[in-house]
Design a protein around this ligand. Sequence first.
Ligand SMILES: [Zn+2]
Length: 80
Amino acid sequence: MPKLLCTCNNILNLQDIPCKVQYNFISDVDYDKYHDNINAEELYQEMKIFVECDKCGRLWFFWNGFDEEPLEYLPVSKQI
Ligand SMILES: [Zn+2]
């Protein structure tokens, strides 16, 4: 998914490396499997991704990778 069209019509470019609007995260349960030395690539594979729209603040969560449509989250204080 090279680009994401936000509901506010802002186009989010996901191709930059590193990507300025992309955040990688991992659940506490999944992270608990790691000890001592962490392989960066291995950890990256386990991480989930969300993208923040730099215009409206919406978050787009890719809970199951880029193959599935992301879920949209809108901050209550920033409804546009
Ligand atoms: Zn937006």
